[in-house]
Design a binder for this molecule. Sequence first.
Ligand SMILES: [Zn+2]
Length: 194
Amino acid sequence: MRVAQGWERSTILVRMGDLVENCLHSEGLRISTGSEYRCPLCDESMDLDGVGRWVQDAERSRDEAYSMVEGDGFGEIVREELQREVYRRRRVMYELENVPRVVTARPEMILVIHDAAKASYGCRIFYKGPRPAGVVEQVSVGAALERILELRSDPDPVVRLISEKVEEFHAFRAELTAGGAPAPERRVFYANEL
Ligand SMILES: [Zn+2]
């Protein structure tokens, strides 16, 4: 009996180990790009089907633990733990299913102003209709190509768009200046150019 219990215990530990070896996504999953959800801890990203499989993995581990162990105090703790994991993952999935995906706001107009004194570009971003919460409204960037290009890797698509537009304006101004002509200090980009 003791031998059997020992065997069961080590088997469970190995199985728990299998579970823990991969990231448990213990902080839940965040909405990422497109229809993807991402774990902030390990960066794994999955679609909703993937999240469903992640829940099923926990259910399978729990079911296996139930079929394997009988009336053992340690087994009881393991089963409760696995059951809690099932509930936790289901909760993560339900929450993701119920969060309306935020449509990334498209700017309606971008105003870029060159500040000669500060050697920078100031950008104001205007949106159509009621402005969604948390959108970028102002961006300031040094008037140097490398500064402008740094914004290309920003996680916010609006900031990346700003980078493109400022680069365009910066190149245009540089060309005029090189030809000895006065360069405009401001430029408005309308929706059809964005
Ligand atoms: Zn993870």
